[in-house]
Design a protein around this ligand. Structure first.
Ligand code: NAD
Length: 507
């Protein structure tokens, strides 16, 4: 992926312009078409991972704010549901146009807020626009059903939007992930209450502003900022919210399931991963190397689909790892707005502490730190891209999601052993298999426990395909019609085609 044009100094000047309104007003809630502070007036400070500087203050919502947002979403629901889908399609396309117009602002703010490199974020805004266009075009067919005639009935199915839904998103690529959840919900005819992550709340309010400027009616989409344990929890417990689409950690998913139990909430979870990239000796080694590096060190390794475990066949292990170390040591860590940067700072001090703590874990477990393994000596949450080698499958570094630019390499002898190691974790989001043996690829992908698998490829997202994980990596699928299955209810209607015999009790 080529570096974007420009230079850091110019980009920093531009950033100041984008930050000015945020500094003045902070990030507010957005309920029923109005930007409002939290009812209590409470706020929290949002700092940049780049240098801990204050980005802005943010509304700190409580159950009272969530209730106001849920009421607005409930009130707006009937008109949005009943609007001709072709009209909804137009509005969603206009939202995509608005995103494209402000793509640079979105990318710059996302970099400053999350620490993700501009190299990747400049594309993320445009991918967000694509999500809106993709689901916009499907809105007119979202209600379509089937005809399943029986001898006495014409059975038809149809789908209706489930109602107001809650969307809860994480901090790693907040803009793109928000569009990924909210676009299909709106296309289906649902109204939305969105709770973005407290570590990176900036672009969510920009996105809603764009949507309302594009003609989205007030109340159709509402935003409440705040912490997971108060605003997030209240959203999952609210009676008027019919479903929760959640992206985040597996243990948070488990909490949400409990919190939503009393109101029998429908849930869709996209959770953590410890995804294997499995390289067999017959693979195209150079391509496997490029893909393995890209899938763990892009997006700061803060990527649910990252290939955080390298399973490499022992016959090619030494040569592969040698090339890997050479490349890792050349990866450019730096300011996210420097176009040359490949890895930026980690999101937050607490996350930085978590990621760096695994350097000691690796040493204590007896693995080798073949690259990186230390923080950069500067302000900001910068760590060097890291490779652990000589790991065993049962080590913590081979089992736990680190969610940083940290790769754990484990070697294997046979295909069966590779499969056992690959499947021997609690997660099952993605898998990447490198082999030129077609029958092995078929056999292996069939038994690999993962929701998404690529053979001889990095993760290349295709919007009509199902996105989601198995085991502790998630419940449900996004993408194509799978998204509508979540945001809509199936209905069956049976119409009698004649005078069939009806059992006559008490006749
Ligand atoms: P997190 O679970 O800590 O937080 C995610 C969101 O949940 C935040 O908005 C947070 O405020 C909210 N939240 C926290 N506690 C809550 C509660 N009790 N009730 C309701 N909401 C609550 O996750 P994170 O640290 O922000 O994100 C990183 C995680 O997200 C990683 O595990 C990563 O793998 C996962 N992730 C998964 C995917 C995927 O598609 N599978 C994509 C991106 C990130």
């Amino acid at each position: 992926m080529a570096a974007p044009k420009g230079n850091l100094q110019d980009n920093l000047k531009k950033l100041e312009g984008f930050l000015a309104p945020l500094r003045e007003n902070g990030v507010l809630n957005h309920i029923g078409g109005k930007k409002v502070p939290a009812a209590s007036g409470a706020t929290f400070d949002n700092h940049s991972p780049v240098d801990e500087s204050l980005v802005c203050s943010v509304a700190r919502s409580s159950a009272q704010d969530v209730d106001a947002a849920a009421k607005a979403a409930k009130e707006a629901f009937p008109a949005w549901r009943d609007m001709p889908a072709t009209e909804r399609r137009k509005i969603l396309h206009r939202i995509a146009d608005g995103i494209v117009e402000r793509a640079e602002e979105i990318a710059f703010l996302e970099c400053q807020d999350t620490g993700q490199a501009l190299r990747f974020m400049s594309k993320a805004a445009l991918r967000g626009a694509e999500n809106f266009r993709f689901f916009a075009d499907r809105a007119p067919s979202a209600r379509d059903g089937r005809s399943l005639p029986s001898p006495t009935l014409l059975n038809i199915t149809t789908r209706v939007p489930i109602g107001p839904v809650g969307v809860i998103t994480p901090w790693n690529t907040p803009f793109m992930l928000s569009t990924w959840k909210i676009a299909p919900a709106l296309a289906a005819g649902c109204t939305v209450v969105h709770k973005p992550a407290e570590f990176s709340p900036v672009t969510a309010s920009l996105l809603l502003e764009i949507a309302e400027n594009a003609g989205l009616p007030a109340g159709v989409w509402n935003l409440v900022n705040g912490y997971g344990e108060d605003a997030g929890k209240a959203l999952t417990e609210h009676r008027d919210i019919k479903a929760i689409a959640f992206v985040g950690e597996s243990r948070t998913g488990s909490m949400i399931m409990k919190q939503g139990a009393d109101t029998l909430k429908r849930v869709h979870f996209e959770l953590g991963g410890k995804n294997p990239v499995i390289v067999f000796e017959d693979a195209d080694i150079d391509r496997a190397l490029d893909a393995a590096i890209f899938m763990i060190y892009s997006l700061n390794g803060e990527r649910c689909t990252s290939s955080s475990r390298l399973l490499v066949q022992s016959s090619i292990r030494d040569a592969f790892q040698e090339k890997l170390v050479e490349r890792i040591n050349r990866i450019k860590v730096g300011h996210p707005l420097d176009p040359q940067t490949e890895i930026g700072p980690l999101i937050h001090k607490t996350h930085f502490d978590k990621v760096t703590s695994y350097f000691d874990v690796a040493r204590a477990e007896g693995a080798t730190i073949a690259a990186g393994g230390e923080a950069l000596d500067c302000e900001g949450h910068y760590v060097k891209p890291t490779l652990f080698t000589g790991a065993r499958r049962d080590m913590r570094i081979a089992q736990e999601e680190i969610f940083g630019p940290v790769l754990t390499a484990i070697s294997f002898e046979t295909e069966q052993e590779a499969l056992e190691i690959a499947n021997g974790v609690e997660y099952g989001l993605t898998g990447y298999v490198w082999t030129n043996d077609l029958t092995r690829a078929l056999r292996f992908t069939d038994r690999l426990e993962a929701g998404m698998i690529w053979v001889n490829s990095e993760n290349v997202r295709h919007l009509p395909t199902p996105f989601g994980g198995v085991k502790s990596s998630g419940i449900g699928r996004d993408g194509g019609d799978w998204s509508f299955e979540f945001y809509m209810e199936q209905k069956h209607i049976g119409l009698a085609t004649g005078q069939h015999a009806i059992p006559r009790l008490g006749a």
